[in-house]
Design a protein around this ligand. Structure first.
Ligand code: ATP
Ligand code: LTN
Length: 337
């Protein structure tokens, strides 16, 4: 039956380690939703990955469901997309272990995310944090996708997935499809509003210039009004990533939510200082996120519906995942049950 499906396949996930930010939305989810008709899509809540950093169990459970509600509210229709919870598909952990045995210590040591997270969590540099990319490779390779849409920071992990898949295929034949990362042209790396040289991140604390998908309008407006612009005397809206990173970041956000080009934005704000520009960006973000927030709030009240979505998703996902895993087990030489 599966052979009838001729659409290309797309897969991605986000770990429920915090509430989704404007960064994860513009860098990832927005691009997923825009391609649901062209691809056969699989999207999941990467809860196995979330525990590489210590989580409060009740918060993790709540955030996983909230994330599902937010995926749907962002336009991922469960009728067209397979939405599931990573830990429901035991094949991820199983293939993850196998791929650990085909991932090299040196390769994993070079991962930027590992270096960053270990510097930030010196008291908990656990083995899971280190082998995170082989589990991520398993997440991807189980579903044989053509495309993996992620933000800039995750591109390195998708590239390592290539290396691992090629190594495995080199030994056992064509078991895994080699997927391509898809990184959007605008919005692949949204920076903190108060520190435009650091990525906007969901696990940072509230005062670090992040905007959450579910933030109410007044909070979003406050964050944009206090956004750091640049200390140049020009006070003019012009795209210059090197010399004006704060303004460039705001222009990227404005462009991503309005669809306007940088040139159109520069023309729109001729003669306006940063003081006028910042609240305009805030308002555009508020209006863009309003329907998403309202729909997510509505869905969060309907636990039975969310449960039916992740159960259906798990059924579809496990069918595909099991097929790949069975092939892998056979290839490596495990005795069939
Ligand atoms: P954490 O702080 O827990 O590591 P995060 O905020 O960095 O989380 P991820 O869960 O790592 O977010 O990322 C989810 C998806 O969103 C990934 O595809 C990632 O590349 C993308 N993404 C995250 N932050 C940004 C950002 N600031 N700009 C663009 N894309 C982003
Ligand atoms: N590491 C990703 C989340 C993630 C993922 C994946 C993304 C886990 N497994 C597979 C794409 C494909 C992150 O957002 N930090």
């Amino acid at each position: 039956m599966e052979e009838i499906v001729s659409k290309k396949r797309m897969l991605s996930g986000i770990k429920p380690s915090g509430d989704l930010t404007l960064g994860s939305y513009l860098g990832a989810v927005k691009n997923w939703a825009e391609r649901a008709d062209q691809y056969e899509c699989f999207y999941f809540m990467a809860d196995l990955h979330a525990i590489t950093v210590r989580q409060n169990p009740a918060d993790l459970r709540r955030r996983t469901l909230e994330q599902l509600a937010q995926y749907i509210a962002c336009g991922l229709d469960p009728e067209k997309n397979t939405l599931f919870i990573q830990s429901h598909i035991h094949q991820h952990a199983e293939l993850g272990w196998i791929l650990d045995c085909y991932s090299m210590f040196g390769e994993l040591s070079r991962m930027t995310q590992f270096k960053d997270k270990s510097a930030k969590n010196e008291e908990n540099i656990n083995a899971g944090l280190f082998t995170y990319p082989s589990l991520m490779a398993a997440d991807i390779l189980l579903y044989q996708p053509d495309l993996v849409p992620v933000g800039e920071d995750q591109k390195q992990h998708v590239e390592l997935t290539h290396v691992i898949a090629r190594r495995f295929n080199g030994i056992y034949g064509e078991v895994f499809k080699i997927p391509e990362p898809f990184v959007p042209k605008v919005g692949a790396r949204i920076m903190s509003l108060t520190n435009p040289t650091a990525k906007m991140s969901k696990s940072e604390n509230e005062d670090t210039g992040r905007v959450l998908l579910m933030d109410p309008p007044e909070v979003i407006m406050k964050q944009f009004k206090r956004a750091i612009t640049d200390s140049d005397t020009e006070n003019c809206v012009r795209y210059d990533k090197v010399n004006k990173p704060g303004v460039a970041n705001l222009m990227t956000i404005y462009s991503a939510v309005t669809g306007k080009t940088y040139e159109e934005i520069e023309n729109e704000f001729i003669g306006c200082g940063y003081g006028k520009f910042k609240p305009m960006v805030g308002e555009a973000v508020v209006e863009h996120l309003r329907p998403i927030r309202e729909e997510a709030q509505r869905l969060m009240k309907d636990k039975a519906y969310l449960e039916s979505v992740y159960r259906d998703g798990a059924e579809k996902a496990s069918y595909v995942a099991e097929k790949t895993l069975r092939k892998v087990y056979k290839k490596v030489g495990f005795v069939a049950k």
